[in-house]
Design a protein around this ligand. Sequence first.
Ligand code: SF4
Length: 235
Amino acid sequence: MQSSVNSTRRPSKKPPVSSESETTGTAASLIPAKPTLTSLRRAASHCKACDLWKRANQTVFGEGMPKATIMLVGEQPGDQEDRIGRPFVGPAGKLLDQALIEAGIDRADVYVTNVVKHFKWSRAERGKRRIHKKPRYSEIHACRPWLDSELDVVKPEVLVCLGASAAQALLGRGFRVTRQRGKPVESSFAPVVIATVHPSSILRAPDEKSRHSEMKAFVDDLKQVARLAKDRRQN
Ligand code: SF4
């Protein structure tokens, strides 16, 4: 697996946030002529195409094998991802790792990324905790060229949307993960496209029993992904 920064660094001091927009250009204008994951990651580290860069520590680009069979797409990096600079390394990422193992999917055959590359957050009313805030449609739209470029380079056989934000960004705003999870849908993004829940939703389950059943359903969806990926490899 490709990895970038691996150190746990504290959030750097940022200049005060202006109420005016300080966005610069579009993400598309930063895409290199012949993109690779390395050149895309480097270019994305300078992106200011929406306001989210201002309150985050760094761009959190996708990572994984350049020709991975399976691409997993979540919503946005979380607090730990923003500090470390890598996707899916916080509590939800650890749960995802466990679910992939249970589903028999090798992380080395997976590329993980998000539809939005900067952490959107607000300060908790008490304490210093940074609370995840759902990105707006305009922010998802501004960030889309990065995801499109990752798809162009990796060309996954199976694309998996994790949660409603990723599914609706890629499959339309009418897509309902609750109704359509685990079922392949027609899409031009990859030969097989499928959606399931975001692992963070399992962490929010109200009790141990529902957490256990939601984890089982998540692993079942990933087992379906493993079967579909195997079929594609044999084609
Ligand atoms: S969220 Fe995406 S579009 Fe917005 S500044 Fe970050 S990388 Fe650029």
